[in-house]
Design a protein around this ligand. Structure first.
Ligand SMILES: Cc1cc2nc3c(=O)[nH]c(=O)nc-3n(C[C@H](O)[C@H](O)[C@H](O)COP(=O)(O)O)c2cc1C
Ligand code: SF4
Ligand code: SF4
Length: 596
């Protein structure tokens, strides 16, 4: 590979792309050409760096200067000051790296200090559209060693020893899954990758595919070799156009290099890979529904057993793993099972990627060793809740998961501890809530999602979740009774116990976990007809206090003319007319309006 003086890395993940990183790349290239440095300095488009809240991100190497919120018009200054004169553009630096006159490395900042990147090791480092860059970072070494030096049994043993568990939600041991399929009689078998990623707020898998697609392709080929499959499918939702495009490029390049196709590395092993686009139904992430969808039918779950390892795609033995699970495979094979086991905890080895969102300063993608506490994630990595608000809860596992209350902030994040406290690891969505969130409203939000996404095949899920939603609506509109709380709990267990697939079996989790940790909030809605967080509109009112100066600002802004009063006299809100839009509160300069 050609040597150059400097590299300018520009994030081209979905977040940064949507805020203009393609234009930044074009502008950087244009200004480099203007000073005849286009051959000495290379602009590289990468996947996600993680700190999405500060995008678009540009990093200049060898210094490692981390520029945030860059615009195309900043490109000229970066070229003229940093590249030509060697002077860092301080105003663009991520402020946490600036300490007095010193500029610290990114790894010393709160956001990155506690992170460890295994699945994301190449994201933000290589250009995902150039296979040579992946190869330069040990890419396809694991596959070459597998095909030339190792037996399928040895590889499966390594994966089993590593303790890797599925990152798609269930946490099933990956090596064991592969062994089941390996033990099936020879014949047509398949390898599938679940890149459906339907959880609201989650974008871990999308970022891996956008930033390092070859890590998934290589691992799928290794899986194919292990179980004796010559065909693989990657099921990606069509709403991920950048991921799909980069996957297409990566598959074409792997074929061109002979890393996919016939007789890979001159061996007897042949493996081909195809992309299948999903239309974006949450239930299609469920493994049997996903395979039914690939077969060309409507994506509805099938009863298990038989499990896919025995009877999967087109009725043949199949392994299906999540994108992040695959992204760990080459690292394990290159570094050894012990190295992976040494990270994380006894029962949850390695790291987990989370999409950190909601009421948190540093929203983005984080990869942490298992066992990191929720406090470390919220306070150190996430930088706490914005505007000094108090942390109230973290929702993990998306609609299938639950809420971890502030009192349990020191809980280590690993499969079993999260399940024990009524939440779950899930695929990695982590939504932070502060004191302004109503937990009944949160439960309603997730249930609304599952009601919409239920495929309708079985009654407990189709009708039960709708009934649960109706009760929640009754409570948030101030018509709930204490009996409703008991009824809801009973219904939750009924839906969990009798639904056909994981969607229905886990749909009540957000209700159960909020009932468990925030029952007092439900009771306040029912007994006191109050929403403590002032979120549920029907239970909330705006009032004007005695210190009103009668400036009329509120009355002028009210869209429904609910405010009356004479100039310089205390105003009054007609509660029957008020639509609770909050415009008056925002307008009042004298803090005379309160939300109760
Ligand atoms: C309703 C539902 C949606 C799911 N969505 C996904 C998904 O988007 N991605 C994923 O990897 N697994 C998803 N799963 C879990 C898969 O069924 C399956 O367990 C997983 O893909 C297996 O891979 P792993 O062992 O590597 O985790 C979902 C499960 C259910 C019940
Ligand atoms: S549990 Fe829900 S999503 Fe799953 S099969 Fe039944 S109706 Fe469909
Ligand atoms: S909350 Fe909105 S509708 Fe109600 S009084 Fe204020 S401005 Fe008018």
């Amino acid at each position: 590979m050609e040597l150059v003086r400097s590299h300018i890395l520009v994030c081209a993940g979905t977040g940064c792309s949507s805020s203009g990183s393609e234009k930044i790349i074009a502008s950087l290239e244009e200004h480099l050409q203007a000073v005849h440095l286009e051959k000495e300095v290379r602009v590289i488009k990468t996947g996600c760096f993680g700190l999405c809240a500060l995008g678009p991100i540009v990093v200049v190497y060898p210094e490692g200067s981390f520029y945030s919120r860059v615009t195309p018009s900043d490109a000229e200054e970066i070229v003229k000051e940093h590249i030509l004169k060697g002077r860092v553009v301080r105003r663009l630096l991520y402020q946490e790296t600036v300490q007095g006159n010193e500029i610290k490395s990114l790894n010393e900042t709160g956001f990155y200090k506690k992170q460890l990147r295994i699945a994301l090791r190449n994201c933000g480092v290589i250009n995902p559209e150039i296979i040579d860059e992946y190869i330069a970072f040990d890419g396809y070494q694991a596959l070459s060693r597998a095909l030339t030096e190792q037996t399928p049994g040895e590889i499966i043993e390594t994966i089993k020893k590593s303790g890797l568990r599925g990152r798609g939600g269930g946490g099933f041991p990956t090596g064991l899954k592969w062994e089941f399929a390996f033990k099936q009689p020879p014949g047509q078998k398949y390898v599938c990758c679940n890149a459906d990623e339907g959880d609201p707020g989650a974008f871990m898998d999308r970022s891996i595919l956008e930033g390092d697609p070859h890590s998934v392709i290589e691992a799928m080929a290794v899986a194919g070799y292990c179980i004796g499959a010559n065909q693989g499918y990657i099921y990606v939702r069509a709403e991920y156009p950048i991921a799909v495009e980069r996957l297409k490029i990566a598959i074409a390049q792997a074929k061109e290099y002979g890393l996919l196709g016939e007789h890979i590395f001159g061996s007897d092993f042949s493996f081909d890979l195809e992309i299948r686009l999903g239309a974006g139904a949450f239930v299609c992430g469920e493994e049997t529904a996903l395979m039914t969808s690939i077969e060309g039918h409507r994506g509805e779950p099938r009863p298990r057993p038989p499990f896919p390892a025995v009877k999967g795609l087109f009725g043949r033995p199949t392994i299906l793993n999540n994108v992040e699970t695959y992204a760990n495979i080459s690292w394990i094979l290159n570094n050894g099972a012990e190295a992976f086991r040494a990270i994380g905890t006894e029962r949850s080895a390695g790291t987990k990627v989370f999409a950190l969102g909601g009421k948190i300063v540093n929203t983005g993608l984080v990869e942490i060793p298992m066992g990191t506490t929720m406090r470390e994630v919220v306070e150190e990595i996430g930088g706490g809740c914005p505007n000094g608000k108090a942390f109230k809860a973290a929702q993990t596992g998306g609609p299938s998961g639950g809420c971890i209350p502030a009192s349990m902030i020191d809980t280590p994040i690993e499969y079993d501890t999260l399940t024990a406290i009524g939440s779950m690891m899930g695929s990695g969505g982590m939504i932070i809530m502060d004191e302004d969130n109503c937990m009944v409203d949160i439960a309603k939000y997730f249930l609304d999602f599952t009601v919409d996404e239920s495929c309708g095949k079985c009654t407990p899920c189709r009708i039960g979740t709708k009934r649960l939603y109706q009760i929640l609506e009754k409570i948030t509109s101030g018509r709930g009774t204490m009996e409703d709380l008991d009824l809801m709990e009973e219904l939750c267990y009924h839906i969990k116990g009798s639904s056909l697939c994981g969607l229905g079996q886990t749909a009540p989790n957000p209700v159960l976990s909020t009932l468990r940790h925030f029952r007092h909030e439900y009771e306040a809605h029912v007994r006191d007809r109050k929403c403590p967080a002032h979120v549920c509109k029907a239970l909330m009112r705006y009032n004007i206090l005695e210190n009103c100066r009668g400036c009329t600002a509120c009355a002028r802004v009210c869209p429904v003319s609910a405010i009356s009063g004479k100039v310089k006299e205390v105003h009054v809100i007609d509660q029957d007319k008020c639509i609770k839009c909050g415009a008056c509160l925002e307008k009042c300069k004298f803090s005379a309006i309160v939300k109760e």
